[in-house]
Design a protein around this ligand. Structure first.
Ligand code: FES
Length: 166
């Protein structure tokens, strides 16, 4: 339903003569003024509110069973899994990775995670992953290569941290 607000508009009729200088137009107005009110209810309704973006919920397990479960949410297709984990202070790297990771450049192979559930909500393995994870299970991913969502899907992804320690 449209808002029930009213606005007051004053209209004046410009005289036929107007003067233009320096890209500005000035016009002389007669002294009479007509006033009327316009109801927004009479205007067609337009929606300027942005549509809701789909969200991916993430659950992070481990590395050991019994460790606390961490949770995060991300707008679908906006972020890499690595960035979501770092932004939410969810530990991604083992000791060597903490010291020597490539910063998400896909050249160290230390950001390995296992996707327990929700694989279909992620991008396909990249060529970098195919190289680093050649002999690893299909469920393993490099977090810095993994895009969470595709801007249209939503759902839940369950991630095992440090699957090599399981
Ligand atoms: S952070 Fe180096 S490969 Fe992912």
């Amino acid at each position: 339903m449209a808002a029930m607000s009213f606005c007051h508009v004053s209209l004046r009729s410009p005289e036929l003569s107007s003067v233009t200088s320096n890209h500005r137009t000035s016009a002389a107005f007669p002294s009479t003024t007509r006033s009327f009110s316009v109801s927004a209810a009479a205007l067609p309704e337009t929606s300027s509110a942005p549509s809701e973006q789909p969200v991916i919920e993430l659950e992070f397990l481990g590395p050991k069973s019994g460790d606390a479960v961490n949770r995060a949410k991300a707008i679908s297709g906006e972020k890499l899994l690595r960035d979501i984990m770092l932004d939410n202070k969810i530990e991604l790297y083992a000791i060597y990775g903490k010291l020597m990771n490539c910063g998400g450049g896909g050249s160290c192979g230390t950001c390995i995670v296992e996707i327990i559930d929700g694989k279909d909500l992620l991008n396909e393995r990249t060529n970098t992953e195919l190289r680093y994870l050649k002999k690893k299970p299909d469920s393993w991913r490099l977090a810095c290569q993994t895009i969470v969502g595709n801007k249209e899907n939503s759902g839940k992804v369950v991630v095992q941290r440090l699957p090599q320690r399981k």
